[in-house]
Design a protein around this ligand. Structure first.
Ligand code: ZN
Ligand code: ZN
Length: 583
């Protein structure tokens, strides 16, 4: 190649680099995916300053011969460019080929590889090959990329701060570890180990290695299938959750994808089980015939269109909701003993840097030791689930702070939040009442009149049919007033007018509107308003009634806002705390 042509190629690569390599994560991604393509069983990513200074990726894959090693960083070496449609049929991740030359054009690269016959070292500076020489034999390939963007000072500012760069890389590698439980991954930044998986093919172990023991213990297996899809994976108990969606991982045929519609469906399945704006920890692998999907690949993420989306969404929703209903979801009051403290030692890395910047220092040996405990605990969870536990009858013993009912049964001691419990009971009652086809109504003796703001009145008037379908018969009266001729019987006595006003108000909030959503919202709002509050006096009989009704709920464990209704100290917890039982 002539010198001129070479120079213009380097320039083209530099320009492309801005698009392809805007984050250090993209470089890591490119190199890691090459390692996966090379059939590696171990991949080590070592960073200096989040990769801005140096990124080293080593693997034990098949390696390259001298020719491949020399061509790997040239634009025309796109031997691995496959038809995108093939992606889910072939083993290779290789749909790239453009990125390596771009990376080479804006950094120093040292590639050391061996195909088992001959070892090669190639050094490249700003896209120009400076050195090719023989090296000793090693298994696989080690690529070091240093001083990213050293020759394009303008682009450097596009790299966000080191912290964001690192968070992106950790998240990416977490997802790769979840996609490839059979590959050992190790991520190190400035000599700190941020991720370490053992390649044992055990998905739950990877969950443990990423999210830590506390979360791994609170994961349960799920499985579902229909004619087109088969789903398997793990979902978290509602009592552990995150403040962002990062811990929701969906794979399709073992590849990480991002599909907002599916994520939304997963979060919705947890509706009323966890607080609003909190998100479960999920790993789901969806197996599907590649014919049924349409892939759209961006440089940084993979989005997929499913041809039977509604069916898939329903399958996932039912699978999760069914599983949650089977679980005994009473959070245990934490009992801290020396051994328990060790168990809750922090995870190797908290993937959610936004919540916690400090990377906890945990010795590796310690983590390995803990794994035993996790496995044992998990076994006991499994047997629990088989018995489909419900709460046994609880006898109230009294109340503290005018809010928390203390109760017992043979399993242990329970503390119940009287408002949250009443709210759950009423919520389910109102939902049922509003969904029912036939309903009992009464005509108030003294007509109830409701005045509204003019704009709200107009919206409410458009929904007279909707109200009628819930048993609310309205009559227009004067300019901005309705007279209520009939209303359902399930309103709390004495609060009929307040309930009606609330319902009319809700319909007037001009959000995305569907009947089911309206019912849901109304049930939550009225349940909160009409339930006994904290500091409301209730007697023993009322407590007993409350506890019995709570036990009969479809989900007795949380209020419709996702707060817990009940917590427990098991008999064993108590014995342990008072040192009657030693372990
Ligand atoms: Zn409330
Ligand atoms: Zn609530």
């Amino acid at each position: 190649m002539s010198k001129v042509k070479l120079m213009s190629e380097i320039l083209a690569n530099k320009i492309a680099a801005g698009e392809v390599v805007e984050k250090t994560m993209n470089v890591v991604k490119e190199l890691v995916e090459n390692s996966i393509d090379a059939g590696s069983s171990e991949i080590i990513v070592e960073l200096l300053d989040s990769g801005v200074k140096k990124i080293t990726v080593s693997d034990d894959g098949i390696g390259m011969d001298e020719e491949d090693a020399t061509l790997a960083f040239s634009r025309h070496a796109t031997s691995k460019l496959f038809d995108v449609e093939d992606l889910f049929n072939i083993e290779s991740l290789g749909f790239r080929g453009e990125a390596l030359p771009s990376i080479a054009s804006v950094s120093h690269i040292r590639l050391k590889t061996s195909d088992g016959i001959k070892g090669t070292v190639v050094e490249i500076d700003g896209g120009k090959i400076e050195k090719i020489e023989r090296s000793d034999l090693q298994k696989g390939t080690t690529i070091t990329v240093s001083d990213l963007f050293y020759n394009t000072p303008v682009r450097l500012k596009y790299l966000k701060n080191l912290y964001t760069e690192l968070a992106n890389i950790v998240e990416y590698l977490n997802k790769m570890a979840l996609s490839y439980p059979d590959i050992k991954f190790r991520l190190i930044n400035n000599e700190k180990v941020l991720l370490e998986t053992d390649g044992s093919s055990d998905l739950l172990k990877v969950v443990y290695q990423i999210y830590g023991a506390d979360i791994a213990k609170k994961m349960v297996e799920v499985e579902a299938e229909n004619d087109d899809y088969a789903i398997s994976g793990y979902i978290s108990y509602p009592e552990v959750y995150k403040s962002n969606r990062n811990a929701i991982t969906t794979l399709v045929n073992n590849r990480v994808i991002r599909n907002n519609e599916l994520n939304k469906m997963i979060v919705e399945a947890y509706h009323t089980y966890i607080p609003k704006d909190k998100f479960p920890i999920i790993v789901l692998n969806i197996f599907v015939d590649p014919i049924l999907i349409d892939i759209n690949i961006h440089p940084t993420k993979m989005d997929i269109k499913f041809s039977k989306m509604e069916e898939l969404k329903n399958l996932i929703n039912e699978m999760i909701r069914k599983r949650l209903r089977q679980l005994l979801l009473i959070p245990k009051a934490s009992v801290r003993t020396a051994s328990a403290v060790r168990e809750v030692s922090k995870p190797l890395v908290n993937a959610f840097y936004k919540e916690e910047i400090e990377v906890p220092e945990v010795a590796y040996e310690e983590v390995v030791l803990d794994l035993q405990t996790v496995a044992e605990d998990m076994a006991s969870y499994d047997t629990l689930e088989e018995e489909k536990p419900r709460i046994k009858k609880m006898v109230p013993k009294g109340i503290v702070h005018m809010t928390y009912i203390v109760a017992e049964n043979e399993d242990g001691m329970f503390i119940i939040d009287q408002h949250a419990a009443a709210e759950r009971i009423n919520y389910e009652k109102y939902l049922k009442a509003m969904r029912e086809e036939t309903r009992e109504v009464i005509a108030p003796l003294i007509p109830i009149s409701i005045d509204m703001a003019p704009n709200e009145y107009i919206i409410a008037r458009e929904h007279m049919d909707l109200f009628a379908s819930f048993g609310i018969k309205l009559e227009e009266f004067g300019s901005n007033t309705f007279i209520v001729r009939e209303h359902p019987t399930w309103f709390k006595e004495g609060y009929e007018k307040a309930s009606l006003m609330k319902i009319l108000e809700l319909v007037a909030t001009k959000e995305e509107f569907s009947k089911e959503k309206f019912i849901e919202k109304t049930a939550i709002t009225l349940a909160c308003r009409m339930s006994i509050k904290a500091n409301d006096y209730i007697n023993m009989e009322e407590m007993e009634y409350l506890l019995d009704t709570l036990r009969a709920c479809e989900n007795p464990f949380t209020c419709p806002h996702g707060r817990p209704t009940i917590i427990t100290y098991t008999k064993y917890d108590l014995e342990k705390m008072f040192k009657r039982a030693m372990d």
